[in-house]
Design a protein around this ligand. Structure first.
Ligand code: FCB
Length: 460
């Protein structure tokens, strides 16, 4: 095994999200979110699974933090559930909701673990969903108010704040192809949501800045878009289109001053982008201190007349683009395993959008773990060599990006715990720690012990 060392102070950690792990869906005044509604809508989530109980982290956070400390994590990225803080999305703040995150932050700091807060990981208060969700400009304004309330309580102890997690998913999966809450299928709504999410980021970032937050950022899931045939001009055009819809529509307004012309023109085929008002782009482009990158797999496309396109997730690609089926080896999500895509993606962002430090805020893999069957450590043990290989490959890819000059500050594995994987429910396991949902017993998988070792050596 080679001897790869990461830079000093490289931040090693793990990530989770509120709805995926907390459970306690009705505790202490929490209001309903669009995911409570969606998961109760027949046919939307595998076997009707919901986040009602999830990993019961709301009640077990102290043990979970102890486990993080045992594994040597230096950072923990979690999200705050807006419906715990403002049960109907606006108005009075619910102090009991804030109390939970207050306790969590203290527990982390007691163990020397750096809290990284995500303010929005998809659980929009249902009351705002009822008023159009992210298609309504007012949601962006309410988001900034909510962000201010969370910062007022936690800002004395939390240094790193990210506004949104993967607005691509919120907009295109939520309003485009309907695979995520609120389950709409309307390209005009998806594009409108893109802008209001970015506006929400801009307004919240400005409010956090004014309140004195140290490090402010956003997490995207930019795609490493590749041509089926590198020599084909048609494939290059397909890459350009998909890159515009997935990447530049977020990266350009955030980091290059405004929306790209070609993308605005494409959007104009579905909806008049009058929702972009004077001053919006300037606000969205205010400097950030950190860009979070979530990476799982690359995207291969070909330019083909009559191509099936990417459905509601890529409006306007039908008839022009073919998304190639993934080529094995695949994870349990059916996702390709291609670590080189991470190097390419990091390098591309560092080149095209220089000057902003990057943090891998998610990377990991689901595999059909078999506890206790072939695992070490007795009952419940999981020998997840496939996950270790995935993580090892991607850490090497991240290291390669650093070697090529990318300012990469850290790596957060998705995920600490097996959890509610959105439309897939509990059947997909991403954790480095196994969760037995009947007993809520946590068992570190072999990958957790491997990761512990990586952290302690600061390398591979
Ligand atoms: C990302 C999400 C995260 C998790 C992983 C597998 O898109 O941010 O919540 O579902 O995928």
């Amino acid at each position: 095994m080679s001897n790869l060392r990461f830079p000093e102070n490289f931040l090693w950690g793990a990530a989770t999200a509120a709805y995926q792990i907390e459970g306690a869906a009705r505790d202490d005044g929490r209001g309903p979110s669009i995911w409570d509604t969606f998961s109760r809508t027949p046919g939307k989530v595998h076997q009707g699974h919901t986040g009602d109980v999830a990993c019961d982290h709301y009640h077990r956070y102290a043990d979970d933090v102890a486990l993080m400390a045992e594994l040597g994590l230096r950072a923990y990225r979690f999200s705050v559930a807006w419906p715990r803080i403002q049960p109907d999305g606006t108005g009075a703040v619910n102090p009991r909701g804030l109390d939970f995150y207050d306790r969590l932050v203290d527990a982390l700091l007691d163990r020397g673990i750096d809290p990284i807060v995500t303010l929005y990981h998809w659980d929009l208060p249902q009351a705002l969903g009822d008023r159009g969700g992210w298609t309504n400009r007012e949601t962006a304004e309410h988001f900034a108010t909510y962000a201010t309330a969370v910062h007022a309580r936690l800002g004395d102890r939390v240094g790193t704040w990210t506004t949104l997690n993967e607005p691509w998913c919120s907009a295109y999966l939520g309003y485009g192809n309907g695979v995520h809450a609120p389950g709409e299928q309307d390209p005009a709504a998806a594009f409108t949501a893109v802008h209001h999410l970015l506006l929400g980021h801009g307004l919240a970032a400005r409010a956090l800045r004014a309140a004195g937050a140290e490090t402010i950022g956003i997490t995207l899931n930019p795609a490493d878009v590749r041509p089926a045939d590198p020599a084909s001009a048609a494939d290059a055009a397909a890459v350009r289109l998909v890159d515009g819809l997935h990447n530049r529509i977020f990266l350009d307004p955030l980091l290059a001053g405004g929306y790209p012309e070609d993308v605005l023109e494409h959007v104009g085929g579905f909806v008049e982008p009058a929702f972009v008002r004077d001053g919006d782009e300037k606000l969205i482009a205010a400097p950030i201190d950190l860009l979070g990158i979530n990476y799982y797999q690359p995207t291969y496309v070909a330019g083909r007349p009559g191509g099936a396109g990417g459905g509601g997730a890529y409006p306007g690609t039908e008839g022009a683009v073919e998304f190639l089926p993934p080529v094995g080896p695949l994870t349990d999500m059916g996702w390709m395993i291609e670590p080189a895509g991470l190097t390419r993606l990091l390098e591309r962002i560092a080149t095209d959008y220089p000057g902003v430090p990057l943090l891998i805020t998610e990377n990991g893999a689901a595999f059909p773990d078999k506890p206790g069957v072939d695992g070490p450590g007795g009952a419940g043990g999981v020998m997840d060599t496939d996950r270790i290989a995935y993580l090892d490959g991607h850490l090497r890819a991240a290291h390669e990006a650093i070697a090529r000059g990318v300012d990469l500050r850290g790596y957060l594995v998705w995920s600490l715990l097996d959890n509610f994987e959105w439309a897939e429910g509990y059947r997909k396991r991403f954790g480095i720690v196994h969760v037995d949902y009947l007993t809520q017993r946590r068992t570190p998988k072999a990958s957790a012990r491997w990761y512990q070792e990586v952290i302690s050596r600061n390398g591979l």
